[in-house]
Write a protein that binds this ligand. Structure first.
Ligand SMILES: [Ca+2]
Length: 500
């Protein structure tokens, strides 16, 4: 009997893995996570048919570093990508290389953002750097190719084309389908340019936060909708006939028809705004509305394209043996605390969406509040594929949780470290620990600590660090932070400097 069971198991085809990844997709902009501003029916479908993680965090909340963590399963200080300027060393161990060696067909399509050529994939076609929203260029093995259309549609077209015609159908696949959207400057698909025009988006409660309950770092940042979001580049208010305008670079890429649609979408609204001349808080409110609508228009296109991919998996019969994951490289501020961008260990940027569907394995409509992070993604993919997880990877496979059985010895805390300073948005370097309730943060160059109790203060408005009633928590969390730093081999000496 044993041998019969074994042979049945070995004949079972290894599952495909489809990793759909967005850039800066806030969980607050997914209806399955309770968005009060938009609906994402296709992403929600994955949650309804799979599992949604409510405590998925990142180790360093910024684009390229998050991607390097996912490739390697190692924190920034070991994978070498601390900030957005550094190039990823592709000679190091990555999970796609391990999957390829184990017989998987691997592909990277869309936004890669790690500079070096992703040549260790069987197939790759990626945006150069941040890439463009309209008529984007792609780096390919045959050089640069420009495609006409909207980037989210085109990345999806390329992924579907690879699935249909380019991969080896005899092998299981691991496809990383990575969107540029909804990255700044939030340029919508032209067909969606008037979406949400007739509604007023709800404002976050903290749109006019004064940061009084927090440390110095929150007052030093440059990511406020009020003071740092530009009317022209970010909010599309400029003279579109001025060819010398700094913002005109993407206008120059458009076809005459596209430009006509663009102007029809924005010009009249810009004229009304200029005539009304809102000031002070009214100006912030106007900027917030323009920002959030463009951002959510980008999300609308992502969701629609997730739907196209799911429909293809259904039609092709691939759906039943394909694990589909939806995630983002970090969270994002949608006006909470008056901010846009990310970088902080505060909730909106620290947490990221993570939804997975695996028919027959993951219980439909399940959720998990386990402490997990992007450090765990590659180990999870390897484990799903039955590929041994190397000892030097620092995350933990989520496969048992996907199967509905969170191990009793699951981790009790997560380590965070943000480095990129002094740089755009001016968020000070900080590290910290989060245990599911308390968050201790250390802005070490300012010599300041902050402590939040997420249960009583979910918006992190008042640091309790100096409150004597929390002295025992501080002591406990500092010990936990030191334990994590040892476990993850964080160097005691801080040598990182931006731009060096
Ligand atoms: Ca990002």
């Amino acid at each position: 009997m044993m041998s019969v069971n074994f042979s049945c198991a070995s004949q079972k085809k290894r599952p495909n893995i489809l990793f759909i990844f967005a850039d800066d997709h806030a969980y607050q902009a997914i209806s399955a996570y309770g968005s009060n501003r938009n609906k994402t029916p296709n992403i929600d479908r994955l949650a309804n048919e799979g599992i949604l993680f409510t405590n998925c965090c990142v180790t360093n909340s910024i684009c390229a570093p998050s991607r390097a963590v996912i490739q390697t399963g190692k924190h920034s200080h070991l994978n070498g990508v601390y900030d957005n300027r550094q190039e990823f060393d592709t000679s190091q161990q990555t999970f796609p290389k391990l999957m390829k060696s184990a017989g998987y067909e691997t592909a990277m399509i869309g936004k890669w953002h790690l500079k070096a050529e992703p040549s260790y994939f069987d197939y790759w076609e990626v945006l150069p750097g941040q890439g463009h929203y309209y008529n984007p260029d792609f780096r390919t093995v045959n050089g640069m190719v420009r495609e006409e259309g909207y980037v989210t549609d085109i990345i999806t077209d390329k992924a579907l084309n690879w699935l249909q015609t380019k991969r080896d159908p005899e092998k299981p696949f691991m496809l990383m389908l990575q969107h540029k959207a909804p990255h700044r400057e939030w340029l919508p698909n032209l067909k969606d340019i008037n979406l949400y025009d007739d509604i007023e988006m709800p404002e976050p409660q903290t749109l006019f936060d004064d940061y009084s309950g927090r440390g110095t770092a929150a007052t030093m940042q440059e990511m406020e909708i009020d003071r740092h979001m530009s009317l022209n580049t970010d909010l599309k208010v400029w003279n579109y006939d001025d060819p010398t305008a700094r913002e005109s670079h993407f206008i120059k890429r458009m076809t005459p028809r596209q430009l006509e649609q663009w102007r029809a979408g924005y010009e009249q609204k810009n004229l009304s705004f200029q005539a009304a001349e809102p000031q002070g808080n009214e100006l912030v409110r106007w900027k917030y509305q323009r920002y959030i609508k463009d951002y959510l228009r980008c999300i609308h296109s992502i969701d629609e394209n997730v739907g196209r991919v799911l429909a293809y998996l259904d039609e092709s019969g691939l759906a039943k043996n394909t694990v589909v994951v939806y995630s983002s490289d970090q969270g994002f501020y949608l006006g909470e605390h008056g901010w846009f961008d990310k970088r902080w260990m505060y909730e909106e940027s620290f947490k990221t969406p993570f939804i997975a569907r695996w028919p027959g394995v993951i219980q439909s409509g399940s959720t998990s509040d386990a402490l997990v992070s992007n450090l765990d993604f590659p180990e999870t993919f390897l484990d799903i594929a039955g590929v041994p997880i190397p000892e030097d990877m620092q995350g933990v496979s989520l496969k048992p949780i996907l199967k509905g059985k969170q191990p009793t010895n699951w981790r009790q805390s997560l380590y965070y470290h943000y480095y990129e300073y002094p740089a755009v948005h001016m968020v000070n370097k900080h590290e910290g620990v989060y245990d599911g309730r308390y968050k201790l943060m250390h802005f070490y160059e300012l010599d300041e600590w902050e402590l939040y109790d997420l249960q009583n203060d979910p918006q992190e408005l008042s640091s309790l660090y100096d409150d004597p009633a929390y002295a025992a928590e501080v002591t406990r969390l500092k010990a936990e932070l030191n334990k994590l730093k040892k476990q993850y081999k964080v160097p005691e000496e801080r040598t990182y400097e931006y731009g060096k």
